[in-house]
Design a protein around this ligand. Structure first.
Ligand code: NCD
Length: 306
């Protein structure tokens, strides 16, 4: 049974196919309106979410299917002590595909081994978030016309930010990718991302503490929220949370075609005055996330029926 746990589960060709299908859905939504008639998506969210869960649900409705699920662990038998394995075996009896978010790294992978339907990782702890990456890739593709020769600045919480880890893994595959990693020392990129993603693929990167001096180099600026829920200590969170706040003033030296991204939710990282800048792409990312999830569910459901 084909699941999507890590962005590496998809080949470059498959990612590009998903992008092509998403583009076709954007152009001809009516042609897809009944493609999942009679199918059910289960959204099992053990952690808070607005965009990811609702975009999965909107995606399934726009394909003509239905949705069941829960949006917090307290509303499920997890509160009674049920294991993830038993929950997904149960839900496999009701649904054709599962999207799962869980605070524990690896939980969706364990679930995929137990489920009898495809499982999509909708975020596991500070680890991975492959469908946000698909949304990011569709955004980059539409804004930049492709994936080659891009200098990507990743700014904020690079330690706990799962969207950052998955996006780096995807973009590291493309020729000419260069990363500028902008974070406080305490929130720098984990060693495993360097040793498993950057070093084997010889991807050039620099690590810096300040955003403004590198702004002019960037083709993409990916801002992130400091992940409060992954801190052990509230005082550390408070000290680090507002390290970077993107304002119009800081964009003075940026390229005119810079693509400003953020997986959202934003707390303070981007001033609302930036929202009207034509380079702000974060609400486009939200919309594209729905289309790429439609493409992904179509693919996994088609493969599951083979
Ligand atoms: C991200 C996540 O959940 O990792 N949000 C999302 O899914 N769009 C980013 C975040 O919570 O900061």
């Amino acid at each position: 049974m084909r699941s999507l746990i890590d962005i590496k589960d998809l080949t470059t060709g498959e990612i590009e196919e998903l992008i092509a299908v998403a583009e076709d859905i954007i152009a001809h939504p009516q042609a897809y309106a009944h493609r999942c008639a009679g199918k059910k998506l289960a959204t099992l969210f053990f952690e808070p979410s607005t965009r990811t869960r609702l975009s999965f649900e909107a995606a399934m409705y726009e394909l003509g299917g239905n949705v069941i699920g829960f949006s917090s662990a307290q509303n499920s038998s997890t509160a009674k002590g049920e294991s993830v394995s038993d929950t997904v075996r149960t839900v496999s009896c009701y649904a054709d595909i599962i999207a799962m978010r869980h605070p524990k790294e690896g939980a969706p992978m364990v679930a995929s081994r137990r489920a009898t339907v495809p499982v999509i990782n909708a975020g596991d702890g500070g680890h991975n978030h492959p469908t946000q990456t698909l949304a990011d890739l569709l955004t980059i593709h539409r804004e930049k016309g492709g994936f080659r020769n891009l200098t990507i600045g990743l700014c904020g919480d690079l330690k706990f930010g799962r969207t950052v880890h998955s996006l780096m893994s995807a973009m590291a595959r493309y020729e000419g990718t260069r990363f500028v990693l902008i974070s406080p020392e305490e929130l720098c990129i984990p060693e495993y991302v360097k040793s498993e993603v950057l070093e084997p693929q010889h991807v050039p990167y620099t690590e810096v503490r300040e955003l403004e001096p590198v702004m002019h180099e960037l083709d993409i600026l990916y801002m992130t929220r400091v992940q409060r829920e992954r801190f052990f200590n509230e005082a550390d969170y408070v000290r680090l949370k507002d390290t970077y706040i993107l304002t119009e003033d800081k964009l003075r030296t940026a390229k005119s075609d810079l693509c400003i991204m953020h997986p959202l939710p934003r707390v303070n990282e981007i001033s609302v005055s930036v929202d009207d800048d034509p380079r702000a792409c974060y609400f486009k990312q939200v919309l594209y996330g729905k289309y790429i999830r439609m493409a992904l569910m179509l693919k996994l459901l088609e493969e599951a029926n083979v």
